[in-house]
Write a protein that binds this ligand. Sequence first.
Ligand SMILES: NC(=O)c1ccc[n+]([C@@H]2O[C@H](COP(=O)([O-])OP(=O)(O)OC[C@H]3O[C@@H](n4cnc5c(N)ncnc54)[C@H](OP(=O)(O)O)[C@@H]3O)[C@@H](O)[C@H]2O)c1
Length: 287
Amino acid sequence: MVGSVLVRGDKIVAEAFHLSFGQAHAERALLERFEGAIESDDVLYVNLEPCCHRGKTPPCTDIIIEKGIKRLVFGMLDPNAQVSGKGIAILREAGVEVVGPVLPEVCERFNRGFVSVQKSGRPWITLKKAQTRSGQISNKNGSPLKITDQIQDEWSHTRLRARHDAILVGVQTIISDDPKLTVRYGDISFQPARIVLDPNGRMPKEANAVGGRMIVVTKETKGTKETKESKENGIERIQIPFKNGSFDLDKLWKALDITSILVEGGERTWKSFKDVGMIDEEVILIG
Ligand SMILES: NC(=O)c1ccc[n+]([C@@H]2O[C@H](COP(=O)([O-])OP(=O)(O)OC[C@H]3O[C@@H](n4cnc5c(N)ncnc54)[C@H](OP(=O)(O)O)[C@@H]3O)[C@@H](O)[C@H]2O)c1
């Protein structure tokens, strides 16, 4: 998530953001669209160091220099080893006054999924659990227990669900609770993908969570006739091998194009993430 603004005096005269992978980066989009002439006191702000390599789009450092930007303020260095520090060095060599990184913690937090994939090769993982004051997460017979109130639900939809690429649950939660796994409060235009860990193919076809982008992860076994990845009724199926009695999660991350995951349970699923140390943040809502 990268945005850029061009400031003249105390006014923003242009702004742009990176729409999606493969599209022009924020500062390139801004400079391509800006029709006026760049003045020597104009300052270009961008939250991520401008890129200097040719990926799906040309290097941003080229257009910054070509358009005559003289001052640039950036928020954080690019964690991508192909760029990190090099974008800044190229701009400085070309005579651009570069200030930054000015807000590295804030900017890294904002783009924690991208940073996590670049630095550790896996998505950012948040565990979310709701429990009563006595620590209960469901009724004794496993049936769903309404724990959180509306304020907590609104918070977890807008601040957790809407801010992760995907929501992940174990198949038993689908069977017991039949959750929708959607964002239903705040801005509902973005819906995260839904991932179900279902090694033995127990997921009911008519589950409420089926819809949108649904990924069901099953166990890869020798001699299996199914393809490794397949799509039927809108459900993407991925087969992943086991390691030490549960999914080899490193292999799962390689098969997914996802940068952040909210693990919503249940107990066995949370434990399997904790056991392999794949947890960046844990949120417990007490109801
Ligand atoms: N309060 C809350 O926040 C909350 C949230 C969600 C659920 N819940 C409650 O939790 C209960 C369900 O929890 P649960 O612990 O029984 O089940 P669960 O975690 O929902 O699902 C566990 C099953 O998912 C599969 N699985 C999960 N992680 C795996 C891994 N790393 N590798 C391979 N397979 C994996 C396995 O399927 P197989 O069994 O097929 O091997 C496992 O037995 C329900 O009662 C629900 O109401 C509460």
